[in-house]
Each structure stands twice: as C-alpha cells, then as structure tokens.
Design a protein around this ligand. Structure first.
Ligand SMILES: [Zn+2]
Length: 104
C-alpha cells in the first residue's frame, strides 16, 4: 500500500483508464482493461506510457522496441499523424509481430 502520488511526479505515469500511477504502463496492465498498447495510444494520443524518468533512462535503448519515443513526445504531431497513416499502420503491424513485443 502506497500513498497517493502527486500528479507531476516524474517517477510515475498515470493510467488514464483507472487513474492509478505506475512506473510504466505495460501490456499486462493494459490488458486488464481490455486494451492493447496500441489501443491505449489511439484512445489517448500523446499520453505517456512510461514515467519521464524511465523514458530518459530508456531513450537510447528503446528505439524500435514497444513504444517509439516519438509517440511519447507531444511535440511530434506530424509523426503521430504518420503513425496513423498507411505507412504507420504497416509499421504497427510489423511491431505486433515482433517476437518479444507482440507475444501474447
Ligand atoms: Zn489502468
């Protein structure tokens, strides 16, 4: 049992579905809401999936893995549009078949 976390705490990210705070929103948690990571990103465009601290830690390692950094960056409007375009859809399909990220 932990205390309520302050909203802007960089160590936590809020799940916009259940309003609880986590270090990151993983597929297992999102699945409890019946969401995939991509469902969540589409419903809450620009919503972070990791705490800011974790984003910074992983920035150099996570380039093509699970969540592209540009989707977390709320300034990257154009790239999010690309993400919803046919080219982006193809990329998402490819990602969902990733041997690690896409495993169910
Ligand atoms: Zn949740």
């Amino acid at each position: 049992m932990s205390e309520t976390v302050e909203e802007e705490n960089p160590n936590y990210v809020q799940c916009l579905i259940c309003k609880r705070y986590f270090q990151y929103l993983n597929t297992i948690h999102l699945k409890t809401h019946g969401y995939t990571t991509l469902d969540y990103m589409e419903e809450f465009p620009g919503a972070p999936l990791q705490s800011r601290v974790m984003v910074e830690e992983h920035m150099n390692q996570m380039e093509d893995y699970v969540i592209p950094q540009f989707l977390i960056d709320q300034r990257a409007e154009g790239l999010r549009e690309w993400w919803r375009s046919p080219a982006g859809l193809a990329k998402r399909k490819n990602m969902s078949e990733h041997p690690i990220a896409g495993r169910r």
